[in-house]
Design a protein around this ligand. Structure first.
Ligand SMILES: *Cc1c(COP(=O)(O)O)cnc(C)c1O
Length: 375
């Protein structure tokens, strides 16, 4: 079976991880800071590494002090973690529909949903293509609210020459196995706002205050450390940072390979009747994370099953978040975001990963062409 996504691990990655096992620290050692610094040079803002993309989102919402009664305006075209981590703070998720062509949150829909309870706008860089950062930033600045960017798909992507991570108030990344680079599990928070980044760091390090200048208890000994706000253990261990650092060195190479596969797919499939593609907006320079195609609604499920018979595992990204029973139970209704629903009902993500061979690409293209002849 050709998987829809897969990590690319080299001998050098293996060596880096094995070597780290002999270091003095398995968890928080020197590789954590090294990974954070190297990420900073890619994303254009200081970073805190954490144990997953979900942890990064949770820490980001903690950083902006999300509270019960607050609202966030978010795209439904994402993985549930984007919303789950906000809901766990008691926030209400208000869904803004997407731009049907890119899968990204539509700024025009965002503006109409802002009210005095809105704390943040949360965009997701679908398939690696950055959200409309300038327009979203204009809206959030005007309303004095935060712009949060879930960049789980888009490490290394650029928006008008600027790195994803350097523009939104706070940006989160994932290093899960299928993402642009991997540390096994892992993630990061990036922000050019030192206060937000500090808060994200405290939250992901048990809220522990270690600097004696900041202590509220001043009658304790030299061993002392104290907690001012609750946090969790979201640390990324040195072992995984070793893999992350090694992978990050290959990001440019990964980008080129992903681009080449995308070009090959587009060339081969562009004239196939009944198939449409995600639109690239002119201002972005993405590291492509997914290769979505759009087929007629009535045929999507059949094509998915038929591809499996050809030995090809496609994927669907994503069911609109509010279709999940957890949101239905809260009273969210289907029909809320028609663009997202249409997008979901027609979408298929073809296998797309760095080590997908030319030969396998040809197999996939052949299968799609054959299945499309019935459309
Ligand atoms: C993968 C992903 C996450 C969650 O990241 P994990 O590292 O798996 O916790 C969040 N949002 C989006 C859009 C993702 O694709």
């Amino acid at each position: 079976m050709i998987p829809y996504a897969r990590q690319s691990i080299s001998h050098r990655d293996v060596y880096a991880v094995v070597k780290s096992l002999r270091n003095d620290f398995l968890t928080t050692g020197p590789l954590v800071e090294k990974f954070e610094n190297e990420l900073e040079s890619v994303v254009g803002a200081p970073t805190v590494v954490v144990s997953s993309g979900t942890a990064a989102l949770h820490a980001a919402y903690s950083a902006i002090e999300l509270q019960p009664g607050d609202e966030i305006i978010a795209s439904p075209m994402t993985f549930i973690a984007t919303h789950a981590t906000a809901a766990l703070f008691g926030a209400k998720i208000v869904f803004a529909d997407i731009n049907r062509k890119t899968g990204n949150i539509d700024p025009a829909n965002v503006e109409a949903l802002i009210n005095h309870r809105t704390k943040a706008v949360v965009g997701v860089d679908y398939a690696g293509q950055p959200i409309e950062l300038d327009e979203l930033k204009r809206i959030t600045e005007k309303n004095n609210i935060y712009l949060v960017e879930d960049a789980a798909h888009s490490l290394g992507s650029k928006y008008k020459e600027k790195s994803v991570g350097s523009v939104a108030d706070i940006t989160t990344f994932s290093f899960f196995a299928t993402k642009n680079i991997t540390s096994g599990e892992g993630g990061a928070v990036a922000s050019n706002n030192p206060n937000l980044l500090d808060r994200a760091r405290f939250f992901s390090r048990q809220g522990m205050v270690r600097n004696s200048n900041d202590f509220k208890l001043t009658d304790q000994g030299a061993w002392h450390q104290e907690v001012h706000e609750f946090g969790l253990n979201y640390r990324l261990p040195d072992i995984l940072c070793a893999l992350g650092i090694s992978q990050l060195q290959k990001l440019d190479q990964f980008k080129t390979k992903r681009n080449t596969i995308r070009e090959n797919y587009l060339q081969a499939l562009k004239d196939v009747n009944g198939i449409e593609f995600l639109e690239k907006d002119g201002t972005s320079d993405p590291v492509w994370h997914l290769f979505p195609i759009f087929v007629p609604k009535e045929s999507r499920s059949q094509i998915f099953d038929d591809l499996a018979k050809w030995g090809i595992k496609a994927q669907v990204n994503y069911i609109p978040s509010y279709w999940h029973p957890v949101f239905q139970d809260l009273g969210y209704k289907r029909g809320l975001c028609p663009n997202a629903e249409d997008f979901y009902q027609r979408e298929l993500s073809l296998p797309f990963y760095v080590d997908l061979t030319r030969r396998k690409q040809q197999e996939i293209i052949k299968a799609i062409k054959s299945l499309a002849s019935n459309l």
